[in-house]
Design a protein around this ligand. Structure first.
Ligand code: ADP
Length: 249
């Protein structure tokens, strides 16, 4: 009850590349059970922010806190095990495996959920039950035994999200999850993200503003590495600076 809990936050985040500042003075609060969009024109610094949050890049200045713990100097794999997981645009799906096997493999990765279930006698049952639960949660039950390569582009991206969920993220970072999709798949993936965000925080880079408007509770607009505006979509989209800088009106 009350205000939603902050699960991931950045303060004064900055990243220099040589003499060039790609991200400057960025403060960010990502909340449990919310979908948070990071938008901005190409080169605004969105990918760099993702790389900083996941610790693929070290910030030049600033601090990052995950679930109350300072992760500024933590290694990326440790951060992932703590629950900050990024789904890459490049598919992490094994094309020759079925949907079920892809999810089972994901569950057995070192930081996969299955490890928590590991009790020799019931291990396989628990693994299968968890895999089916994940497959249901993203609506892939009809394609359960289909080979991943045979799925449509949109369903492959959904499978990719499912394999990411196998790591039981508390905060899920999605990099343009609807990129290259037709209208119908965009709607399907939006619905899945909405569902996924009931139990975790989602931070997503998204270019499709109608998706941002309908799906995202909070929007941060970056421009040249700095926060230009933030708030709900209605507020942000009314901001004259945003209209000039981002929407070209
Ligand atoms: P976005 O994801 O919003 O398109 P990026 O974070 O990829 O923006 O890039 C922000 C700026 O930082 C760009 O001008 C880019 O050229 C620069 N940049 C990103 N990574 C590097 C790097 N490794 N070395 C030098 N410049 C970089």
């Amino acid at each position: 009850n009350g205000a939603p809990r902050v699960v991931l936050s950045a303060r004064g985040l900055r990243r220099d590349f040589g003499g060039f500042t790609a991200v400057k003075d960025v403060d960010l609060d990502v909340h449990h059970a919310r979908v948070h969009a990071l938008i901005g024109p190409n080169g605004a610094g969105k990918t760099t922010v993702f790389n900083l949050l996941t610790k693929f890049l070290q910030p030049t200045h600033g601090t990052i806190t995950l679930l109350g713990e300072d992760i500024t100097n933590m290694a990326p794999d440790k951060v992932a095990r703590m629950g900050l997981v990024r789904s890459f645009q490049i598919s992490a799906v094994f094309p020759h495996l079925t949907v079920l096997d892809n999810v089972r493999v994901a569950l057995q990765r070192p930081n996969g959920l299955a490890i928590q279930f590991w009790k020799p006698l019931s291990a396989l049952d628990a693994l299968n039950a968890r895999a089916d639960q994940l497959i249901r949660s993203v609506g892939l039950e009809k394609e359960r035994n289909a080979v991943a390569a045979d799925l449509s582009y949109g369903r492959k991206r959904v499978l990719e999200i499912a394999t990411t969920l196998a790591l039981d993220p508390k905060v899920l970072l999605l990099d343009e999850p609807m990129a290259g999709m037709g209208h119908e798949d965009v709607g399907m993936v939006a619905e899945i993200i909405r569902e996924v965000a009931r139990e975790r925080a989602v931070l997503m880079v998204e270019h499709n503003l109608s998706v941002v408007a309908t799906l995202c509770h909070h929007v941060t607009v970056l421009q040249r590495g700095e926060i230009l505006a933030e708030g709900d979509y209605a507020t942000v989209s009314e901001d004259p600076r945003v209209r000039t800088a981002y929407m070209g009106t």
